[in-house]
Design a protein around this ligand. Sequence first.
Ligand code: IPE
Ligand code: IPE
Ligand code: MG
Length: 248
Amino acid sequence: MSLKEQIDVTRLPAHIAIIMDGNGRWARQQGKNRIFGHRSGVQSVRETSEACAELGVKYLTLYAFSTENWSRPHTEVTALMTLLLKTINGELKTLLKNDIRLGAIGDLDTLPKSVAKELRQSIERTAHCQRMQLTLALSYSGKSELLRAVKQIALKFQQGEIGMHELTEQLITDNLYTAGMPDPELLIRTSGEKRISNFLLWQLAYAEFYFTEIFWPEFTKEELYKAILEFQNRERRFGKTSEQLTTK
Ligand code: IPE
Ligand code: IPE
Ligand code: MG
């Protein structure tokens, strides 16, 4: 049986989040520059999105650029922004064809105007799509997202719109960029690094983490299937005992 056939489609993670890492190291291994790695990574984005949509995963969130990534050499940042612009533009047709809705989380105001505009247009043009939501985390920081939520809530509190008893976990959830989305159940990080790098700090509270040595440009549909199969083999206890889960 192929890996894909082994997946139980009735127990898919509703939301998969991916830290796409290792483009630079992969390119260096090939004797190429880092930008070549980023360009090659686009194919993995395509494959992963398509595989998720085909399986029936409803939300896919990809960490494409962190606020910390602004500290990279200027040439790399510029190349990444150019690639982003080209990719968002070039993939619109495919998104529409595959009925995939585009979304974005992060401090989008800090992106170059051309990128922000293209992004907004593609988000609007795909707003009616139903099969899956593909969210790009751009200029994203989990801590900033939480701070932003706290500020929004504080303002409502100050203005008397909400009281102390309305300060709930749900209220925080509702004030994040990801409001309305289920939390990721599976987090994948490529390239062998085992850290969260300021990604979805609140939303990953109970996600299963899957780490692979594979560099992002090498990530294929088969690699995604492996991650989902491992997810399906794990026992998600949510604080309970194993016995409680089996004797429901
Ligand atoms: C991930 O690959 C892409 C971005 C962070 C934009 P890297 O560029 O981090 O590649 P490595 O980790 O240096 O190999
Ligand atoms: C995390 O990768 C951010 C993205 C994948 C966009 P990095 O390569 O920037 O992470 P660190 O700095 O090694 O933790
Ligand atoms: Mg990296």
